[in-house]
Design a protein around this ligand. Structure first.
Ligand code: SF4
Ligand code: SF4
Length: 511
């Protein structure tokens, strides 16, 4: 939602009137001069508020008494000298700033309030549960303070006691960090009774996180709560109460799909031996049309509503003539999802302005793979795109060899393979069938070409099956499939182009 529409939705006009009346003859400093305040200044009359200055973290001491937007600048360090009666926070995430501002003003009679929540006098709290919930936050540490502030100011009976450090970068936070074994101790000693996972910034593999927490004794239907990636990315935590109350869910009610991969072309212009998507087996062009992509994405949206990561790949996705329409539609339907496009880079010189702008505007990560013979040329082309402002990531390592790990005998232990597999989160949709990795959906081509009987259908689900729902799909994705028996310890195979007549030993371990 854009800022103007949001202000209209919360009836900011009325909030402003309430604030102006309540603060008559009181001196006010506005904290936060970003997009929200600029939109307010442009669309609303603030002259009934006695604003004696504006403050923002970007201002420093040299800015004191300079003017911006018609107001005097007051850096944070000077607020206590100015002694305002009230600080009005004009940011969406005002809760995060309350403790910080109270610390720096050192004046208990100065009120610190949210401009957007003013009509509610105080921060309106949501009754989340009747019993007190003391939780450990499972989140990237840079968000630990932010989430604990939201809980403190918005949720009754939900308090963050600590956060779990093993998923984080190192940084000081106000609440202490513990590793998983220490969390177990806190839980057993009843210092905490639940975990709240904020998925933004933590591993895509939510299933693994849940398994680890279950080993400690937490229960996904009783005391494992989730803030989805999309709820955090879209700032839903800071919107009105109606939305806010739905952002924290028990894991059993959680419905965000972590990953959705589409193969936009099954064939490829490189044809590497051992291609894990079996692209060399496609001798004719085979594209995913825009119409089919739209139908599949709409179906997934009707099942999940939220998807954390959408990945567009192939074969070679740049061969698909509908690529621009596909990217635009995906971004329109999922404005907050992460999105990437994975290419071998051969067609980079042919990318036109319209595609460049589409990738840029849709905030798509452009991931370029590296292959030995084309490495130098592709790198130079990728550099050019980087200079044009595209978010290009050129693989750090050189692919001199591929890992061959599909084993035609099917005699591996599926749980052992699955637990050690990095691809188990590569949820791929091909020809209506969906599975935890690409293998069950792409290997159907190998069944046809080499006349094999790999259990592809039994290892995937049809998303158009009427009895299927999001809960059943997430449950299916969290476990190994029959195909995991056909994976084994990888063997290195030197990178080369597959001959026209494809050889089974270039794709499968067969002895
Ligand atoms: S470039 Fe990628 S998709 Fe194409 S054949 Fe090689 S591994 Fe497969
Ligand atoms: S079949 Fe199982 S073990 Fe093999 S790549 Fe897929 S998830 Fe991993």
């Amino acid at each position: 939602m854009n800022t103007e529409a949001y202000l209209k939705e919360i009836n900011f006009c009325k909030i402003l009137k309430t604030a102006s009346k309540a603060l008559k003859n009181k001196t006010v400093i506005i904290y936060g001069t970003g997009k929200l305040f600029q939109t307010i200044c442009k669309n609303y009359d603030l002259s009934d508020l006695n604003i004696i200055g504006i403050c923002d973290k970007k201002y420093n001491d040299e800015d004191f008494n300079k003017k911006e937007m018609g107001y005097n600048i007051v850096p944070s360090s000077k607020i206590s000298e100015i002694k305002p009666d009230c600080i009005l926070i004009s940011t969406l995430k005002s809760y995060v700033l309350i403790d910080y501002l109270k610390d720096i003003i050192k004046n208990p009679s100065c009120k610190v309030l949210s401009l957007l929540d003013f009509d509610k006098k105080n921060y309106c709290k949501i009754n989340f549960k009747k019993t007190k919930t003391t939780c450990a936050l499972y989140c990237k540490d840079i968000y630990a303070d932010e989430i604990s502030s939201v809980l403190k100011y918005r949720f009754n009976n939900f308090e963050a006691k600590c956060y779990i450090t093993n998923c984080n970068l190192k940084k000081e936070t106000k609440i202490p960090g513990y590793n998983l074994s220490e969390i177990k101790e806190l839980y057993e000693n009843k210092k905490i009774n639940s975990v709240l996972i904020n998925l933004y910034g933590v591993s895509l593999d939510v299933y693994k996180i849940i398994r680890e927490l279950e080993q400690i004794g937490f229960d996904k239907s009783k005391n494992i709560y989730i803030i989805s990636y999309t709820a955090f990315a879209s700032d839903l935590l800071y919107y009105n109460n109606k939305v806010l109350s739905k952002t924290i869910k028990l894991y059993k009610d959680f419905r965000e799909l972590p990953m959705l991969k589409f193969l936009l072309a099954r064939h490829c212009n490189l044809n590497c031996s051992c291609c894990s998507h079996f692209a060399p087996l496609f001798k004719q062009e085979q594209f995913l049309s825009f119409e089919k992509f739209k139908q599949d994405l709409d179906r997934m949206k009707s099942l999940f509503k939220e998807i954390r990561y959408i990945s567009l790949l192939g074969g070679e996705p740049l061969l698909n003539k509908d690529l621009i329409k596909i990217i635009k539609y995906a971004r329109q339907e999922f404005p907050y999802s992460q999105m990437d496009l994975i290419s071998n880079g051969i067609l980079l010189p042919k990318i036109d302005k319209e595609l460049i702008n589409t990738i840029k505007e849709a905030r798509v990560y452009f991931l370029i793979s590296r292959y030995p013979k084309i490495d130098k040329f592709v790198k130079e082309e990728a550099e050019k795109l980087l200079q044009q402002g595209l978010r290009v990531k050129y693989q750090e390592y050189n692919i001199e060899s591929f890992n061959k790990r599909y084993n035609i005998k099917g005699n591996s232990n599926p749980w052992e393979m699955f637990n050690n597999c990095n691809s188990r989160i590569c949820h791929t949709l091909v020809d209506d069938r969906f599975s935890n990795c690409y293998y069950p959906t792409t290997a159907e081509a190998a069944n046809k070409y080499f006349n094999l009987k790999l259990p592809c259908k039994k290892s995937s689900i049809n998303i158009y099956n009427k009895s299927i729902n999001a809960k059943k799909i997430l449950n299916f994705l969290s476990k190994p499939t029959l195909m995991c028996k056909y994976c084994s310890k990888a063997e290195k195979i030197k990178w080369h182009i597959e001959p026209k007549e494809c050889k089974i030993e270039d794709f499968f371990i067969i002895e």
